[in-house]
Design a protein around this ligand. Sequence first.
Ligand code: HEM
Ligand code: HEM
Length: 178
Amino acid sequence: MMQPDSRQRYGSVSRFLHWTMAVLFGFMLFTAAAWNYDEDYFSLVGYHKSAGFVLMVLALLRVAWALGNRTRRPRSHVGAHIGHGVLYVLMLAVPAVALMRQYGSARGSLEVFGITVLPAAPERIGWLVKAGGWHGSLAWLLFALAAGHILFAVVHQIRGGKIINRMAGRTETDGQSR
Ligand code: HEM
Ligand code: HEM
């Protein structure tokens, strides 16, 4: 069901996107951590690229859905609002600069689970490769902010804010007329 958001809770579409993407981000962290631990695991990069591309498509859908629901989402204080905004920018920028590097390096097309989604440039394009140099640092920044985000959510939940119920489970107002 394509349930929209409301002031009390995120609807099914927002929840699906939030939790599917959270799991996929976990996978991205796992692959990067694995090859930083032992470079043999760089063999996982094909899966990293495929999952990263899927994440970019989901992030675009999520931005569109967030904009469409912006007048009826749960309210949060200005700090959380800015934090979520920065997460959105990074969720788009991290895979985008990776795609720029992939194209500009002219080393091969991008395959997503065996399907070519982006060809390689006919010859190397220096500035695209340079932009791609930001991929790793922006990604680590994204993971650090996501860790802070999770911590805030849990602390808030324990202190009585019950904000996790907006993104999972039921809220106190569920079942009442809205
Ligand atoms: C939101 C999605 C993505 C996240 C969170 C992410 C995260 C990361 C992280 C943390 C690293 C390790 C950086 C380091 O070792 O310092 C990395 C490396 C890498 N990623 Fe991604 N990535 C994403 C999407 C993509 C996509 C779509 C591609 C392919 C087009 C890609 C290709 C690579 C490559 C080739 C490397 C190794 C070179 C480098 O460190 O920059 N990634 N990624
Ligand atoms: C265990 C992991 C996570 C928990 C417990 C969690 C919890 C939450 C909660 C409770 C909200 C609602 C906040 C409110 O109503 O003010 C929320 C929203 C949000 N979360 Fe998470 N989160 C997790 C992982 C992530 C990750 C990995 C990302 C992105 C990298 C993320 C990005 C967002 C964003 C952008 C929002 C704003 C609503 C939206 O546009 O979807 N979350 N999260």
